[in-house]
Design a protein around this ligand. Structure first.
Ligand code: SF4
Length: 322
C-alpha cells in the first residue's frame, strides 16, 4: 500500500470539504480576512491557488485542535453550554464570522456570551498575535449586533499539540472603537474585491505560508551585485541559520522526551553522558501591557530606552525551476 499519492489527493479533498463548511468565500469577508493581508485576501478570491500538501497538513492541525477541544468540553459535561462554528453576519454588508465555540453561560450556569477562538501553534507565544486579537474583536462586534443587550466576552485558546500545552488568553470584551476600525478595514477589503481600492500587502507572521509570496512587492528586494566573497559569506550564514533552526527544532522534541523520562528533577551519569534536570521556580515580572492599560499616568515614567542593534538576515534565493 503506497500512501503518498493517495495522501496528495485525499488531503486536497479534506481541505475542500472543510472550506465548503464556510460557504462561498468569494461572496463575503470573514473575520480571518479582516485581520489578514489585503493583497492575499484579494488574490485568494481573484486568483485562487491550491496550497502544497505540506501547508494543507499544517492547516489541518487547526481542525484537529478544534475537534480535540470540543471532545474535552463534552467529556467535562458542558456540551449543553456551547455551539460550534456559529455563523455571525453583519446586518447590512456581506461580512461574516464563524465562531469556533460560542458559550451561552459560564461553567457555574451564569448566563453570558463567551467566544473562544482556537489557535493551533508550534510553541505558545508570550503574547497573542495582533491578528488573533483582531479576528476575535471582529467576532465580538458581530455578536454584539445579534445580542445588543447582552454582556459579551471572549478568549483565545492557543494549543500546542506536540508539546501538550494549552494557554488561554482571556479577558477580551467587545469594544466599539476596536470594532469600528476593523469594520472600516472590512469595507476596504470589499472595495478591493470590487476593484475600487488597491489591495496593499501587509507583512505578518503568516507570510511564510502565503501562496502569493513569490511576486509580493512587500517581499521584493532591489537587485544588487555583491562581491563574491561577501555573497559566499552571506550564503554560509544562511545555511548555518537553517542548520541552527533544524537543530533547535530537534532539540525541542528531544528535550520533551528526556523530561518525560526524568521528570522535573533528575541527576545522573551514564557511561557516556551526564543528565541533569532541575526545576526553576516561577518568578514575578512586571507586565508592561497591564501597567499601560491600568496605570496610563505611570506608564511613561517606567519606560527606559532599549539599545538599538544591527539586525542581519540572509536567506538563500530559491531559483525557479523550468
Ligand atoms: S507574502 Fe505576506 S505581504 Fe505578501 S501577499 Fe502574502 S501575506 Fe501579504
Amino acid at each position: 500500500m503506497n500512501l503518498t499519492p493517495f495522501f496528495e489527493t485525499a488531503v486536497l479533498a479534506l481541505n475542500r470539504n472543510k472550506s465548503a463548511e464556510l460557504g462561498n468565500r468569494t461572496q463575503y469577508i470573514g473575520s480571518s480576512d479582516v485581520s489578514s493581508c489585503a493583497r492575499k485576501v484579494y488574490l485568494q478570491r481573484k486568483n485562487p491557488t491550491t496550497p502544497s500538501v505540506s501547508t494543507l497538513l499544517k492547516f489541518s492541525r487547526g481542525h484537529i485542535a478544534e475537534t480535540l477541544i470540543e471532545n474535552i468540553f463534552e467529556a467535562g459535561g458542558v456540551k449543553h453550554l456551547f455551539d460550534t462554528q456559529v455563523e455571525l453576519r453583519h446586518p447590512l454588508y456581506p461580512l461574516k464570522a464563524h465562531v469556533d465555540f460560542l458559550f451561552y453561560a459560564d461553567f457555574d450556569g451564569t448566563p453570558e456570551l463567551h467566544v473562544i477562538e482556537v489557535k493551533s501553534v508550534s510553541g505558545i507565544p508570550e503574547e497573542p498575535y495582533p491578528q488573533w486579537e483582531d479576528q476575535l474583536a471582529f467576532q465580538l462586534g458581530l455578536l454584539q449586533f445579534k445580542y445588543p443587550d447582552q454582556k459579551i466576552g471572549g478568549s483565545i485558546l492557543a494549543i500546542d499539540l506536540n508539546a501538550g500545552q494549552v494557554h488561554q488568553f482571556n479577558g477580551y470584551q467587545h469594544n466599539d472603537s476596536n470594532f469600528n476600525y476593523l469594520y472600516c478595514r472590512a469595507l476596504y477589503l470589499l472595495d478591493c474585491l470590487e476593484e475600487k481600492e488597491q489591495a496593499r500587502p501587509t507583512v505578518t507572521h503568516l507570510c511564510s505560508y502565503c501562496s502569493y509570496r513569490t511576486d509580493c512587492p512587500a517581499m521584493t528586494l532591489p537587485k544588487v551585485d555583491l562581491p563574491p566573497e561577501i555573497e559566499a559569506l552571506a550564503n554560509k550564514y544562511a545555511q548555518l541559520n537553517v542548520t541552527k533552526s533544524k537543530a533547535e527544532k530537534e532539540m525541542k522534541s528531544i528535550r520533551q522526551e528526556l523530561v518525560e523520562f526524568t521528570g522535573p528533577v533528575f541527576k545522573g551519569r551514564s557511561n557516556t553522558v551526564d543528565l541533569l534536570v532541575s526545576y526553576v521556580e516561577p518568578t514575578m515580572i512586571v507586565d508592561g501591557s497591564i501597567v499601560k492599560k491600568e496605570y496610563p499616568d505611570i506608564y511613561p515614567g517606567v519606560l527606559k530606552e532599549r539599545a538599538g542593534y544591527t539586525k542581519l538576515e540572509c536567506k538563500s534565493v530559491k531559483t525557479a525551476t523550468a
